[in-house]
Design a binder for this molecule. Sequence first.
Ligand code: SAH
Length: 387
Amino acid sequence: MGRLTVSSKGLAWFQKGHPWIFRDDLEEVKDALPGAVVFLETQKGRFLAQGFYSDRSKIAFRLLSRSPEKIDALFWKGRVQEAHRYRQRVVAGTNAYRLIYGESDGIPSLIVDRYGDHLVVQSLSQGAENILDMIVAALLELFRPLSILLRNDLSVRGLEGLPQEKKILHGEAPPRVEVFEEDIRYRVDLWGGQKTGSYLDQRENRLRAGRLLQGRVLDAFCYQGLFALHAARRSSQVVAIDSSQDALSQARENARLNSLDQIDFIKENVFDFLKAQTEARERYDGIILDPPAFAKSKGDVAGATRGYGELNQRALRLLNPGGILVTASCSYNILEETFMDIIRKSARDSGSELRIIGRETQSADHPILLSFPESYYLKCVFLQKLT
Ligand code: SAH
């Protein structure tokens, strides 16, 4: 068993509850193999916890257990079962949801998304990579899926010295899988779609938006068109924008699947589109802004703040009084209060008076671990424009 000795600074940090130890906070590393389960100890040799070791990442230790229990196939099956039990309590009305969300489910850096009878797995550290066989065995036993696809085409794997790859681990993953989100059906491209195929984290916000939005609605950054589809049930017209041709063909296909023909899908850069719409004096009763993460690192925060500010300000100018803005940021580095400040400034700059209908986050199948701020990334604010 490998052993890591934590420095006094690292110990103070760890005792506050954060599940990671950085390499700089280790005094000594003994017999620890890349990706192995190791013991974390104080300088006096007292046992603190067990976790994954990485010999490459700045994150040298990821917490698995604060007890010296046996960590084997049975342990992993138990964690997968717990994750599933939790989903059974918090997920309803869909067969597409996140089954395992890394640290928040006690399986650090491992993601499993469920699309009906098909599962998609991502392992983002040496440790998660090492336990894949046991996780797959547990998934097969518990869910009997038709397929399990490994979507390890993420650049963060490079930080762990791991290659990017996509491969089938079980069965056959069809090019498209049809799933449902309440009364909306949609098709997912497991092999080539964004993330593992869909943005499952916005599910609850899409349902809420679907209940709220009426009249003429704009879905900016629409991807597969899911906000647009939910909104189309109560709205007279929906305009949906994305810069990706591939996203738009999926979105159009999904609209046909639901026989919703009042949606116009347009391939354009949202920034240019909003500018042109202002010049053309177009107006909307509802606008959804769900851009990609503008701040991938701390260094991007200033630029991202300007980007979000511009989007929100322009959207508010297009919104009719009484209209609703659903505005999101999935940048972990833009904190909730920063995002609220951006919205406040956009309101001032556009001369709008707003009231908050809801301050939401990612769906409950992406639970936020209180001791792990990194698990909280999505902010989604619902506002009504008064004037
Ligand atoms: N709202 C979607 C997820 C949006 S993801 C859902 O609920 O499923 C962000 C989308 O923005 C991606 O599809 C990406 O192709 C698109 N995108 C990124 N930058 C863009 C830009 N400048 N203009 C238009 N679309 C953009």
